[in-house]
Design a protein around this ligand. Structure first.
Ligand SMILES: *Cc1c(COP(=O)(O)O)cnc(C)c1O
Length: 332
């Protein structure tokens, strides 16, 4: 056998990723959406490209322009609206000293491990983020290690993005190994939407590597709607749970997607079926182009109250927002 055969074997998830949809017309045809609707919306791809896995597209209801999963990914002409208070960098992240390393909260340091993602969510607060400046290579890993060593208050590293699971297992193993060598660290957290849009990314190899780590591992997935919590995802997460990985979820409140108590309650129930505890429910970050997803604080609090009345406490996520410069997320 020649060595070329080895090179050609790409993991399943990378093959699926290569088949992603980036053309609104293609997504429209796949879902049999009205052509006029697709045509009028697709100009918004100039603001932020369309990107979606075929798996995630297959969860949408054909012919339904109000499908809650479609609304999260399809460019929309409403994104051209400029609304007071909605800005390019709502969390004032784009001025850090160390490229790709955000140390805003005392004990936790967040790393932009990979700029890209398998899905471009229209409400993404990093939709205008200059990711090209945030390559995380050997130099950045060294900087991260030095930052941690210089501050004994840091005991947890959060891998974020983009999406950190866009990195391949080899890259992740390098980062994990470097972090394990730092005795002050207790936990490694991975914040990723890939499990939801590409469940095949939850590989057995990665789970096993995390299980043998000295660091406690937490995977925070990002599902917004119960339709995202499929049997496929449940199966993949159940396997990861067997590797001693704590599973949490965070969601964003989105008008037209999940701004109803029924939907949010169903989401919590579906998550727990998948061994996931609902962690945060975020009020939308005011990023330019996403104002049509906003709901009022008053409505958000009302929804939270309705959830409390219906669910056990551990299935009610904390309703928070992020305010630039604060020492933690802020309860609403
Ligand atoms: C949200 C966030 C964290 C993690 O906050 P937790 O409340 O611990 O989940 C850490 N760093 C940054 C920059 C964040 O935005």
């Amino acid at each position: 056998m020649s060595s070329l055969n080895i090179i050609s074997v790409r993991p399943q998830w990378q093959q699926e990723l290569a088949q992603s949809i980036s053309d609104p017309t293609e997504l429209g045809a796949f879902l049999r959406l009205p052509e006029s609707w697709t045509a009028q919306n697709q100009t918004a791809r100039e603001l932020f490209p369309l990107r979606i896995t075929r798996y995630f597209a297959s969860l949408m209801k054909p012919g339904d322009i109000h499908d809650p999963l479609l609304l999260q990914v399809m460019p929309n002409q409403a994104e051209f609206e400029q609304k007071e208070g909605f800005v390019a960098d709502p969390l004032e992240e784009q001025s850090g000293d160390h490229a790709g390393i955000l140390h805003k909260y005392k004990s936790r340091v967040l790393v932009i491990l990979r700029g890209g993602c398998a899905i471009n969510c229209r409400y993404c607060f990093r939709r205008h983020f200059p990711y090209q400046d945030h390559h995380f290579g050997r130099t950045q890993l060294q900087q991260l290690v030095e930052l941690i060593q210089s501050d004994e208050a840091i005991n947890e590293v959060i891998l974020s993005g983009g999406d950190p699971l866009m990195a391949n297992d080899d890259q992740l193993f390098k980062v994990i190994t470097a972090l394990e060598a730092l005795p002050q660290l207790k936990r490694l957290r991975i914040h990723s939407r890939l499990p939801v849009v590409l469940p095949s990314r939850l590989t057995e190899e990665l789970a096993r590597r995390l299980q043998v780590s000295r660091l406690q591992t937490i995977l925070v997935i990002h599902a917004n709607h119960p339709h995202e919590v499929t049997n496929t995802l449940k199966g993949a997460l159940a396997r990861w749970a067997q590797h001693d990985i704590t599973l949490l979820n965070q969601s964003v409140l989105l008008a037209g997607v999940n701004d109803s108590a029924d939907t949010l309650a169903d989401l919590s129930e579906a998550l727990f079926d998948a061994k996931v505890i609902p962690y945060y429910l975020h009020q939308l970050d005011k990023v330019a182009g996403a104002s049509h997803f906003a709901i009022s604080d008053e409505r958000a609090r009302e929804l939270e109250q309705q959830l409390r009345a219906r669910l056990p406490g551990f299935l009610v996520p904390k309703l928070v927002r992020e305010i630039a410069g604060e020492a933690s997320k802020t309860p609403l």
